[in-house]
Design a protein. Structure first.
Length: 262
């Protein structure tokens, strides 16, 4: 185990743990029987996650904070373990109609939350500002982008993509957005209660932010890009049927491209 502060260590009392190897949160995740310890760089996103968890408590099912400590360069967040299984578990992937229905329900649950007093600003103004910082400081992970995003069939470099995003920003339909609505961040229990984790990008944003990333996550989980097992016969367009809306392909492309800079 990495170094952890004494306050958090006392809460754990030498409990057994496993290391999470599924998520892509950018930190180290240690899974205990009923707790999760997330260690990551001390950043605006890490602090935003703590703020989001506190604001969302009692509104939707999210982990509860047990302890949070920061050093000069690291954030240590100890929280409760939400119940259920990841939406990308084989149990749910084997039942695509049920899974897609539950994901649509989860999205609508977020959208129903009153955002009039929400302190979590993740609108395009804020996102593009953060993207600019990442591009300027060479923080874009070029090993974790789509093959055609950059190069002969795509953008010349992250600077060119950022400029395109600024020039082509769409009108926003503001709701409470998870911000990284991918299957590993959605938990479903046996009673079909839905919980949300990895809340560092959660806040007021365009609803198509979540739709775009959910659509991509469904597509890649079913075609075998994530997890290595392909499932035949699934059409991710089912998501739009379950949401009761027509797809806006321009916005879906926009928000997936924006995600490439994060």
């Amino acid at each position: 185990m990495l170094y952890i502060p004494d306050k958090i260590k006392r809460e754990l009392q030498n409990e057994a743990y496993e290391v999470d190897s599924i998520g892509k949160s950018g930190g180290s995740i240690f899974l205990f029987a009923d707790k999760v310890l997330k260690i990551q760089d001390n950043s605006d996103e890490a602090n935003h996650e703590v703020q989001a968890m506190r604001w969302l408590e009692g509104k939707i099912s999210v982990p509860k904070i047990i302890a949070h400590e920061c050093s000069e360069d690291k954030s240590y967040l100890l929280m409760t373990h939400v119940s259920g299984k990841m939406a990308c578990s084989e149990e749910y992937l084997n039942n695509p109609a049920k899974l897609t229905t539950l994901l649509a329900h989860a999205m609508k649950e977020l959208w129903r939350i009153d955002i009039s007093d929400c302190p979590l600003d993740c609108s395009l103004d804020r996102k593009l500002e953060a993207a600019q910082f990442r591009v300027k400081n060479n923080l874009v992970d070029m090993e974790d982008v789509e093959p055609d995003t950059f190069g002969p069939n795509g953008f010349e470099d992250p600077e060119a993509l950022l400029q395109w995003l600024v020039d082509n920003r769409p009108a926003e339909e503001l709701v409470l957005s998870h911000g990284d609505f991918c299957l590993p961040n959605i938990y479903i229990n046996k009673d079909e209660k839905i919980s949300f984790i990895d809340l560092g990008r959660t806040g007021v944003a365009d609803k198509w932010q979540d739709i775009a990333l959910c659509y991509r996550s469904l597509k890649y989980n079913y075609d075998g890009k994530y997890g290595g097992k392909a499932y035949s016969g699934y059409d991710p367009d089912m998501l739009f049927e379950k949401l009761g809306i027509a797809p806006d392909w321009k916005k879906i492309r926009y928000y997936n491209l924006l995600d490439e800079l994060f």
